[in-house]
Design a protein around this ligand. Structure first.
Ligand code: SF4
Length: 420
């Protein structure tokens, strides 16, 4: 792999964290730290774990992709940095060079090879986490709390996996099967549980400003994905019973629906913003990495549908997510980071010029995914990717309030919105 700082004369050399921070002085150092901790993962010392107070900290969450925590140990689900942005990462079994969170003189620090890098806090837990619905479901299993957003993932099974078409970076079905078996976390939520949990969450003054839903893809129905649309309508209506107005601050991260399906969703729910992830913004790599999506819908049609959603939700209210760095997965991905970055930003510009924001997560080769043995690109790649996507939003005057550091917290590029 040729990294961005490779020279023809010598072997590839990756810049260190401090070198990247110095070189990219127009990128927030907190966004760079977040990218590095996410790509390298993290672990906790015994002292750091003793600082987790289960009464006030979040140590378990319902998530679609990643990990729902471990009953045997209270491990924080995320960290807050000094600028208020977050690092959403759990320890990974596949990590070879993780950061270490340690407690030093009563404060929590991210450390690297024994050196303190940055002070952190654990995410706090909202009061509803300890309550139960009338059906007896723990409310933390219904809705996860992001900094100021209620996250509800009503269906944690993706049907693209059924015939071997699951995206190669994703562990959704492995994660939900494990969570169901070991912790009795339901794969499908009930609308009543959703209604009751949102009702309790909203009692916390000023805590939440947005509600997000996401799900594994459901392919069935008269038209492909009709049943997924029906599921969102049912769940959004249940959540919406808690609001006085028909529309309420909300988003979904869903499959790419047809215009007819999008109109049905918009007209029958309080939904205000929409995301469907293109994942890998390159048709040939999408066909390899997101085989199921490509076979059932196809890259060009998936993209066309996302852009068509702007006519319904409006510019700045539609975004698409990419798994940043996954375009360098081998053997078919880019061998050269400069070429990968150029291709990604060109395609992102095509989306942005049509009113769609592109946001990136940091690719984690996580256990349970087909790519668990892959290697992520250099940290410098992520600094340039975040800056490039942020600059496109400025160029095309797209706001990303729907996915900013308060509402999601998982995108280094949208963290830049708050400082530049
Ligand atoms: S569509 Fe792909 S990324 Fe989304 S849940 Fe299914 S396998 Fe995972």
């Amino acid at each position: 792999m040729n990294t961005l700082s490779s020279s023809p004369a010598g072997p590839p050399r990756e810049l260190t964290l401090q070198e990247v921070i110095r070189k990219y002085h127009d990128v927030s150092p907190f966004a760079i730290i977040k990218a590095d901790v996410t790509r390298r993962s993290l672990s906790y010392t015994e002292k750091a774990l003793r600082a987790v107070d289960p009464r006030i900290h979040q140590y378990e969450q319902r998530v679609l992709i990643g990990s729902n925590g471990d009953d045997q140990a209270a491990v924080p689900v995320a960290l807050t940095l000094r600028d208020g942005s977050s690092i959403i990462a759990m320890p990974s079994r596949t990590a070879t060079n993780p950061y270490v969170v340690d407690e030093i003189d009563g404060r929590l620090w991210l450390t690297d090879k024994g050196e303190a890098v940055e002070e952190v806090e654990y995410w706090y837990k909202p009061a509803y986490y300890d309550q139960f619905t009338s059906a007896g479901t723990p409310m933390w299993q219904v809705a996860s709390a992001r900094p100021q957003r209620i996250d509800i993932d009503p269906n944690s099974h993706c049907e693209f996996w059924n015939k071997g078409g699951g995206c190669k970076f994703c562990n959704i079905n492995a994660n939900s099967a494990k969570s169901h078996k070991e912790r009795n976390i339901a794969k499908r939520l009930s609308p009543r549980d959703v209604y009751e949990t949102v009702r309790e969450a909203l009692k916390e003054p000023g805590a939440f400003t947005n509600l997000k839903m996401s799900s594994g893809s459901i392919l069935s129905g008269e038209q492909l994905l009709d049943d997924e649309v029906d599921m969102y309508i049912e769940m959004l209506q249940a959540a919406g019973e808690n609001f006085k107005t028909k529309k309420f601050p909300s988003t979904i991260v869903a499959s790419a629906f047809s215009e007819k399906q999008l109109a049905r969703l918009y007209e029958n729910t309080g939904l205000l913003t929409y995301t469907s992830d293109i994942e890998i913004p390159n048709e040939a790599l999408f066909a390899w990495i997101c085989k199921g999506k490509h076979e059932k819908v196809g890259y060009q049609e998936w993209k066309r549908r996302i852009i068509a959603a702007v006519d319904i939700f409006g510019p700045g209210n539609v975004s698409t997510g990419i798994v940043g760095g996954c375009e360098t997965a081998q053997p078919h991905g880019f061998q050269n980071e400069s070429e990968a970055l150029k291709a990604v930003l060109e395609e992102a510009e095509d989306f942005a010029s049509r009113g769609v924001s592109v946001v990136h997560t940091v690719w984690v080769p996580m256990h349970g995914s087909a790519f668990h043995k892959q290697k992520t690109p250099s940290l410098e790649y992520y600094a340039q990717l975040a800056k490039g996507l942020h600059n496109l939003r400025r160029k095309y005057k797209l706001n990303i309030d729907m996915d900013n550091y308060r509402k999601c917290g998982n995108h280094p590029d949208t963290d830049l919105d708050r400082v530049i």
